[in-house]
Design a binder for this molecule. Sequence first.
Ligand SMILES: Cc1cc2nc3c(=O)[nH]c(=O)nc-3n(C[C@H](O)[C@H](O)[C@H](O)COP(=O)(O)OP(=O)(O)OC[C@H]3O[C@@H](n4cnc5c(N)ncnc54)[C@H](O)[C@@H]3O)c2cc1C
Length: 398
Amino acid sequence: MNEIKDLPSQSPTIAIVGSGPSGCYLAQYLRKRWKEAEIVIFDRLPVPYGLVRFGVAPDHLGTKAVARQFDRLFEREGVRFIGETEIGNGLMLQELRDAFDIVVLASGLHGDRALGVPGDTLPGVHGAGRITRLINGHPGEQVDGLRGGERIAIVGNGNVAMDLVRLLLTPPERLLELGVAEDVVRALGPGSVKRIDIVGRSAAHDAKFDLAMLRELTKLPDVSFVAEDLADEGTADAEGIAKRDAVAEIAEASPARAARSVHFHFGWTPERVIGQDKVQSIAFRSTGDENSTLLLDVEGVLTAIGFEELTTSPIRRGHHESAESELDKGYLSPGLYCAGWLRRGPRGTIPQNRVDSKMVADAIIEAVDTAQLVPGKPGLPALLAHNLSNTRHMEESA
Ligand SMILES: Cc1cc2nc3c(=O)[nH]c(=O)nc-3n(C[C@H](O)[C@H](O)[C@H](O)COP(=O)(O)OP(=O)(O)OC[C@H]3O[C@@H](n4cnc5c(N)ncnc54)[C@H](O)[C@@H]3O)c2cc1C
């Protein structure tokens, strides 16, 4: 272990790239340690909070409320927000590194993972990330080409898929009340959805959704739930059994007749999206018996199978890794760190980023306290020569 030297360590200057939960939690921890340090969070968007603002469903107000806690950073704790500044495009990472003692990449991963099967780019196939950005009013998304329909298949059965089911079955007027733009509501057509098939690769006991998210669906009015295949593979732990039982209970308890229905399918992997110039159906193959297929006639396919790094992203973690990097601490190279989804991959909830950011903050603090990293760079003033004129600061966007 490194010896802590008794040096009067000067506060470092710190730049954080990305104002999602990982960047904001990190700023909280670093502010606690260094009351006077200059901490600047850059974001390519004009407003902060990443997926808290543009991913979390608009009806999950309790989850979105974490933003109020982060507001304090900018309003009272002297952390600066500089929006509309994409690092790696205009303002380069090297310029930040030259100006700041510490740079932390917390830029997330928001590309929708593609299905990777023939037909997956047909009009009518949409990624969940794009849909949730649209629903949340992301400035970079347009409704172009988006259309709903009476029958929709959702591929994937994690919490994001549950969000999609709920939002598609939420009355249009409620979505408008929640602030969803009219053109998005019109294009998604939540009022016209009659049947949703939600199809996952894993068995019910291995499904990725949380029980609370599944149970929330039962509050939707006039919906029947159908569990199409709940084969018990006998290897489930208590949590898995609870999941499987919950799907069965929800199906049994739901009304036999309802205006809309949600059909759960487990153990199917997509094989092909079929259609000429738009989606007409989607074919799956059983993960257990390769001779079994499932064909669903649908007007739209929503994919909720995870997120990945965009190949066009100007910040790619892999470009900054070397033999000396210690990813489990978020350490990339002297003065350069990473946190959140960019560090550990696109998994985990907002609270999990808090744990992540604490660990990265501890590694940074240790590096300064042990004089492995000696502060001295000027911070923001060094960048002022750079054209930041089109940036918007928190005070202006509040
Ligand atoms: C659709 C969806 C719904 C979710 N719902 C929930 C939920 O209900 N509850 C929950 O606990 N978790 C939820 N999550 C998970 C949660 O959102 C993530 O765990 C968390 O947001 C990851 O935080 P992050 O800071 O690493 O990344 P992000 O939140 O993605 O933040 C990254 C930030 O970096 C910015 N950025 C990217 N590149 C650059 C660049 N080059 N220069 C400057 N800025 C850049 C982005 O604009 C963004 O603001 C959801 C995720 C998704 C995708």
